[in-house]
Write a protein that binds this ligand. Structure first.
Ligand code: NAD
Ligand code: APR
Length: 229
């Protein structure tokens, strides 16, 4: 059985209507990273940070998974434990598309974390009114997302899966942000074949054995059908 690790980025959700970061009209065109996606921003201007994430969390109610998410769920049904999806996305479209083995290395919009007791709770509403932590009651909640300068989640598990992988596939990510941008070289060093599926060549496209460029909603279902044929 082929063991596959799939890394996804904002591009896989673009056709669902979730904005990417670095494309034209991307989120980083309208916001400075330093103002909304760092621990320092949250310490100095929590209201601004909450507004940014509350709006993105609310927007999830109006979007649906697209054929790329659903194709990855179809692949999981066939491969079971031999497929792991590692996503940089904080939306929940992989899960709503039917995937169950998903690692959110940059956290999740629909979760909150206590700033003092570290409890993590499901959260679908706003955080801007600073609700108390439902576990310790003593403190406030922050979005359960990983900010620049913080450590991504589950790196040990991810690197172990990359070490064991026969195939690494990167979908819809610009390859601008480490450590995710380094996964292709790690997987290749461990003997995996590597494939990029992205709208344009990513920053690391030359590290892949093969790259296919186009919309994820066509490329991913085509690749999955080819694999399962
Ligand atoms: P980098 O890609 O070299 O490293 C990013 C680090 O932040 C990694 O350790 C990564 O794991 C971590 N991280 C934490 N939360 C993250 C998240 N939500 N998304 C991505 N990575 C996350 O980049 P850098 O060295 O931090 O970049 C230097 C500075 O450049 C940043 O602090 C930021 O101010 C700026 N920046 C700007 C843009 C932009 O498009 N305008 C994008 C990225 C960074
Ligand atoms: N199909 C396939 N790829 C697409 C599509 C599409 N329909 N639309 C856009 N793309 C590609 C773009 O060409 C680009 O290379 O998706 C990529 C999106 O790149 P980014 O906006 O940089 O998003 P991502 O790589 O996920 O960013 C990584 O940076 O700011 C942080 O935390 C944030 O997790 C995010 C991380």
């Amino acid at each position: 059985m082929t063991r596959i690790v799939v890394l996804t980025g904002a591009g896989v959700s673009a056709e669902s209507g979730v904005p990417t970061f670095r494309d034209a009209d991307g989120l980083w065109e309208g916001h400075r990273v330093e103002d909304v996606a760092t621990p320092e921003a949250f310490a100095h201007q929590p209201a601004v940070v909450h507004r940014f994430y509350d709006a993105r969390r609310a927007a999830l109610a109006g979007v649906d998974p697209n054929p790329a998410h659903r194709a990855l769920a179809r692949l999981e049904q066939a491969l079971r434990d031999d497929l792991l999806v590692v996503t940089q996305n904080i939306d929940d479209l992989h899960e709503r598309g039917g995937s169950t083995r998903v690692v959110h290395m940059h956290g999740r919009l629909r979760a909150a974390r206590c700033v003092s007791c570290d409890a993590r709770v499901e959260w679908h509403g706003d955080l801007g009114h600073e609700p108390p932590c439902p576990v310790c009651r003593a403190s406030a909640l922050r979005p359960d997302v990983v900010w620049f300068g913080e450590m991504p989640y589950d790196l040990d598990l991810i690197f172990e899966a990359l070490d064991d992988a026969d195939l690494f596939v990167s979908i819809g990510t610009s390859g601008a942000v480490y450590p995710a941008a380094g996964f292709v070289r790690h997987a290749a060093a461990g003997g995996a074949r590597t494939l990029e599926l992205n709208l344009d060549p990513s920053a690391g496209t030359h590290h892949f054995d093969e790259a296919r460029h186009g919309a994820a909603s066509s490329l991913v279902p085509e690749w999955v059908s080819q694999l399962l044929r």
